[in-house]
Design a protein around this ligand. Structure first.
Ligand code: GDP
Length: 136
């Protein structure tokens, strides 16, 4: 069955800062996710707040927005069969301590805040998040 999807991936400041961008991109490629577009950007705290607004009632919201805007990030459109769920599997659990071996968060994540990557959690959100960063 052909179920080609696109999803949004972000390499977060902790991983960009440690020069892990190419290693993480290679993991996507090795797992049959094509990097359709990619750019390195530095967003403002207001933009981070807009991106993460679904979490605005959470106690960690302010720290999360401060963190995502604390340094450069790499935003990418990943394409492939079941790209949304495949990317979530490759990323691993939100908390690196709970992530399975060989997932990106297990390999590189430092903490639940500095967990190296973001990935859309549904096809609807993938469309919204791709538009957020890549709509002209
Ligand atoms: P994700 O889809 O796995 O990134 O997880 P969520 O969408 O639920 O949360 C977004 C981001 O908020 C996560 O990647 C974490 O960095 C952070 N986060 C989620 N839950 C917690 C929490 O309980 N405490 C803290 N400090 N950060 C959290």
């Amino acid at each position: 069955m052909n179920n080609k999807e696109a999803t949004l991936s972000i390499i977060k400041p902790d991983a960009v800062e440690r020069d892990l961008t190419d290693e993480i991109k290679n993991i996507f490629i090795q797992n049959n996710l094509n990097i359709k577009d990619s750019k390195k950007i530095h967003i403002s705290k207001d933009e981070a707040a807009e991106f993460y607004k679904v979490h605005q009632s959470k106690p960690f919201y302010n720290d999360l927005c401060a963190y995502l805007s604390s340094g450069p990030i790499v935003v990418m459109i990943l394409e492939g069969e079941n790209a949304v769920s495949l990317n979530r599997k490759i990323m691993g659990a939100t908390d690196p301590n709970k992530a399975e071996n060989n997932t990106i968060r297990k390999l590189y994540g430092i903490s639940i805040d500095k967990n190296s990557v973001h990935g859309s959690d549904s096809q609807d959100n993938a469309k919204k998040e791709i538009d957020f960063f890549f709509k002209n």
